[in-house]
Ligand binder design. Structure first.
Ligand SMILES: [Zn+2]
Length: 144
């Protein structure tokens, strides 16, 4: 996604996309709307509105009442996570604690990701494989 792309996510949409991704990864099942709302700390109508917007952007699909990621949605979530963890590495290197680095990275990861392939960022940082919390950094697929 390039600058000006109407598909660029907002911060809330980014949080929603990652909440869906995390739920899929941890339980292996697509979350129900009520689960998603609880995970995000919002009311179900708010979660539904976010899901609707993510569907319009082609990253989320609903299948029989369950919320699923499309192929591009899965790639988007992985890329945002890769950028998030790469930024954490950078901020930790600047002297921030892992939690401070995480909080700051979460404010900008989706913006950076929309303009910069994760692979470029990782390469510039010397190809780290773990974030400061010890989580693995997804490979960061080049998309163009
Ligand atoms: Zn983090």
């Amino acid at each position: 996604m390039m600058k000006g792309d109407p598909k660029i996510l907002t911060k809330k949409e980014r949080d929603c996309l990652l909440a869906i991704y995390r739920d899929l990864e941890s339980s292996g099942l697509p979350p129900r709307l009520t689960d998603l709302a609880r995970a995000m700390g919002v009311r179900p109508p708010t979660a539904l509105e976010l899901v609707r917007r993510l569907m319009e952007k082609g990253v989320v699909e609903r299948r029989r009442g369950l919320i699923a990621l499309s192929e591009s949605g899965r790639r988007e979530a992985l890329n945002i996570l890769a950028v998030h963890r790469a930024l954490e590495v950078f901020f930790a290197g600047c002297g921030m604690s892992a939690d401070e680095a995480c909080s700051l990275a979460g404010q900008i990861d989706y913006i950076v990701e929309s303009r910069l392939p994760p692979g470029n960022l990782l390469e510039a940082l010397g190809n780290p494989t773990q974030c400061p919390h010890g989580y693995p950094i997804p490979g960061g697929s080049a998309r163009r």
